[in-house]
Design a protein around this ligand. Structure first.
Ligand SMILES: [Zn+2]
Ligand SMILES: [Zn+2]
Length: 255
């Protein structure tokens, strides 16, 4: 299925496939941040715009961000997400996850990706840089949502691609392999030290600003003070803590 593409700036596009996949155009190469859930042909859309070699990365190893990985020879992801990727790529998990997705995905996707697909991972560490020619983009390791979650930071423009770590509304910390609010807080403090001028999140909107970082730090602090309330979760109980424009959802027993 053809993917919807929007041009945000001359050198930045977004392609939609259950998550926001951003395409950055550099003088030598293009960078694709996340490959979507695999329902729409994100790689074909990216290639038609880029017309230069594409480097693909995953902000983290969740199914809605790695579904198009099999179209690429290698996809960079932080090494701490190796186990999460293997877990989410297992056919049993895919069946469960796809059934929880909205109707178009639930009806069309299983025919395409019922089995495990090659994730084609190449593991990277915090601080590694991708060189696109006239643009350089860094992996900033920001564990929380998953152990290997990363934001991609372009210092010269102050662009930050947030994946599921820096999104409007909420960050989920109640999933398999998620870290505690204390770990997320350390990640947010790391981000707050950067000169972030524009945030491009993995879901909800295409562009927002860095004020989310302070809100998430506030939510983590509120959690540490014992604030928030308990709610039912698919597998038990979770704690929801709201602060400013955001909330975090973590395991009920998270410290
Ligand atoms: Zn995720
Ligand atoms: Zn996501």
């Amino acid at each position: 299925m053809k993917a919807r593409v929007e041009r945000l700036y001359d050198d930045l596009y977004v392609i939609q496939d259950m998550c926001n996949c951003y395409l950055l155009l550099g003088s030598e190469k293009a960078l694709l941040v996340d490959t979507g859930v695999g329902l729409r042909d994100v790689p074909a859309a990216a290639r038609s715009i880029a017309r230069r070699p594409i480097v693909a990365v995953n902000t983290h190893a969740h199914i809605d961000h790695f579904g198009g990985n099999h179209w690429f020879d290698g996809v960079f992801v932080h090494r701490a997400d190796e186990e999460v990727g293997a877990f989410q790529n297992d056919p049993a998990f895919r069946k469960y996850a796809v059934n929880a997705m909205p109707p178009p995905v639930r009806l069309v996707l299983p025919k395409r990706i019922w089995g495990p697909l090659p994730l084609n991972y190449r593991f990277v560490s915090d601080g590694e840089t991708i060189d696109l020619g006239d643009r350089k983009v860094e992996f900033v390791h920001t564990p929380g949502h998953t152990p290997g979650s990363c934001c991609l930071y372009e210092p010269s423009k102050g662009y930050l691609f947030g994946g599921d770590t820096l999104v409007p509304r909420l960050v989920l910390l109640n999933l398999d392999f998620s870290e505690t609010p204390a770990v997320l807080k350390a990640s947010m403090e790391k981000l707050s030290a950067l000169d972030v001028r524009k945030v491009f999140p993995g879901h909800h909107v295409y562009e927002t600003d860095a004020s989310l970082i302070a809100d998430y730090i506030g939510a983590c602090d509120a959690h540490a003070r014992g604030e928030g309330f308990l709610a039912h979760d698919m597998t038990g109980m979770k704690r929801i803590v709201k602060y400013g424009k955001v909330q975090i959802e973590c395991r009920a027993d998270s410290r």
